[in-house]
Write a protein that binds this ligand. Sequence first.
Ligand code: MGD
Ligand code: MGD
Ligand code: SF4
Ligand code: MO
Length: 726
Amino acid sequence: MSSETRTALRVCPLCEATCGLTLTVEGTTVTGARGDRDDVLSRGFICPKGAAFGALDADPDRLRTPLVRTDGVLREATWSEAFDTIAAHIPALTETYGSQAVGVYLGNPNVHTTAGALYPPVLLSALGTRNVFTASTLDQMPKHVSSGLLFGDAHAIPVPDLDRTGHLLLIGANPLESNGSLCTAPDFPGKLKALRRRGGTLTVIDPRRTRTARLADRHVPIRPGTDALLLAALTQVLIEEKLTDPGALAGHLDGYDELAEAIAGFTPEAVAAACDVEPEAVRAIARELAAAPAAAVYGRIGSCTVEHGTLASWLVDVLNILTGNLDRPGGALFPLSATARAPRPAGPGKGFALGRWRSRVSGHPEAKGELPAAALAEEIETPGEGRIRALIVIAGNPVLSAPDGDRLDRALADGLDFMVSVDPYLNETSRHADVVLPPPPPSQSAHFDFAFNSFAVHNQVRYSRPAVPLEEGRMDENEILARLVLAVGARHGAPPESVDDLVIATTLARAGAPESLAAELTGRDGAERRLDLMLRLGPYGLTLEQLLEHPHGIDLGPLKPRLPELLKTRSGRVELFPAPLAADLPRLRAALDERPTGLVLVGRRHLRSNNSWMHNVAPLRGGSNVCTLQIHPDDAARLGLADGDTARVTAAGGEVEAPAEITDAVRPGVVSLPHGWGHSRPGTRTTVAGRDPGVNVNQLLTGALLDPLSGTAVLNAVPVSVSPTR
Ligand SMILES: Nc1nc2c(c(=O)[nH]1)N[C@H]1C(S)=C(S)[C@@H](COP(=O)(O)OP(=O)(O)OC[C@H]3O[C@@H](n4cnc5c(=O)[nH]c(N)nc54)[C@H](O)[C@@H]3O)O[C@H]1N2
Ligand SMILES: Nc1nc2c(c(=O)[nH]1)N[C@H]1C(S)=C(S)[C@@H](COP(=O)(O)OP(=O)(O)OC[C@H]3O[C@@H](n4cnc5c(=O)[nH]c(N)nc54)[C@H](O)[C@@H]3O)O[C@H]1N2
Ligand code: SF4
Ligand SMILES: [Mo]
């Protein structure tokens, strides 16, 4: 092995910001990471997670070989043994019990890997199952649904034009810790500071005085779960005071009058008590939004994972539309990624349908072909035709990330005939698998942001080949998933490239492109050839070769207006007041009179962590990255809790205990616990995480509380009670 030191460029896969990294590589080990100053998007920005790339990559707890369960015990095995085992079980189960007997859970890192973008769709069609669960229903599904209904395309999500906007209204997002979400913007903090420097305004709506809120001109510590009411009132003020001016969109809107009528009752006075926001503050925010030359409204987790998540997500864009800020520079625009389908001429589209089928047990409607993650356990436990008997989990840890992990944990242990996890760690979820297929660490994987380029605040494209060669005995995740597709589809043993060849042939046929193009595609493997194809058919007509010639990326320019061509609604217009949302409004009206009687729980993220899987990286541990219950001094005094005391938190789903952290950064009546903790289960191999395991906040939830339109679990604004432990 050579021990020479060199550098390699690699886009960081650890959050949505997608910063370009310059890795220092000694032999085959990454010993350092710094920001790539020449990266066309990130220009040298890096955060502590990116800087810890080497430690995360070399974590000794990462699995090096597949594991296969024999005699009840997971043991190291060869790749052929692993895939033979899968091929021996899944097709037989499908044959006996039908396609629905195999469930799939797709977790968050699928949007951070090339494999996660390229193969799950093929896997789902090979299985033919509708039992598909994803982390999206713990996250952004409300935004997909609102975009589907407004624009006819669930993936058409406008992003705030951070570099050019003059006014940003930020709701339930904390980009100073998260580095941004559904808004790919390296150095989000720097962009917010630049907005203030150029005379712009930042308003943050968050029950906690976050680091982001501290940067703002105005912080509104709203009562959790009431953002849809506040947004409805902002809309009402715009309409009532004749401040609406959709500008270039005026000729493309349907449903304005119906919207105006339906929203009329949501006056600032009507929502004030529920939101705990003064009517005059609501009016001021609405007037400023209307007056700003260019403004953007942007909502994230705190506006999505709540009871009225889809309504709030819709109203965010209603505000952008009514103020003429949707689709205009400085407002909220639709990025155009290099692998998107090339734009088509404006006109009616297929529209977006919700609830084309329903989950078996509780009858939850599908959204985007996905069912609520919160309903996975009951689909495994409840007897009857269509029960899930086998589960494939790719890059997910729902035992910690979804509601009521104890119940899911039991369902995975007792209710399944067979389970596969594609995961680098043996953790709370993968410990139940019969076969664990570990992908290589990121340094050994190629990277392309199929997902995040379409949410980036600047159009650009970058591709990184593996920074170090695949270690002996490892398998690339593209190949793992291609082989999985073959194994479950009774084509076990066929060459993995045959999966890609089939996709290429189908794509060419669908695009009406000549078959001969297949032979022109370059690339070292099927995944690269598919990338090349998507680039060639994409809106910029690029090729893989061009990407390889530009290791710091290709700048494709600032975001540009894309309406009306982008619309795929049946009317070919923006549907301001879609029927499913209209039908959900009475539920919001009822919320006008609701007031919590006790404490409500919200979440939080920490910069040096990510969901459930980075607590095992020692350099990222410690400091304020801890699992504490944040509580306001007044509430703590009332309950007799001192800082550091163990607090017992009880809710409908269960009970957890965590040290109290007394801080006036949370508003009175609100407590906060971070998620992704609770690494205390046996049979895992996450040594560092296990030393200070924290507790699983999602154990407080039953999973019964969902945003009904999107099936998204209510993870914020959860009623809890808190007491000191004695
Ligand atoms: N209470 C509460 N709960 C939440 C949230 C919250 O705000 N509050 N947030 C929710 C959100 S936004 C999300 S997205 C979900 C996440 O939900 P999940 O996706 O289920 O959870 P993660 O913790 O992200 O788990 C990711 C898994 O992928 C594995 N992994 C890491 N890298 C790779 C890779 O390259 N390939 C593969 N195959 N696997 C990899 C990790 O080891 C880990 O097991 O959690 C949700 N849960
Ligand atoms: N460091 C780090 N970065 C991450 C992640 C991580 O775990 N750690 N996870 C990644 C993932 S998967 C995602 S989806 C993104 C999420 O990105 P963000 O949405 O920016 O993440 P959060 O920090 O959870 O911010 C949500 C904020 O909403 C507030 N909030 C809670 N309830 C309410 C409410 O009812 N109303 C309002 N207005 N606010 C409320 C919370 O106090 C919190 O500050 O971050 C990504 N980036
Ligand atoms: S901000 Fe996100 S993408 Fe950038 S270095 Fe940090 S973790 Fe990586
Ligand atoms: Mo997420």
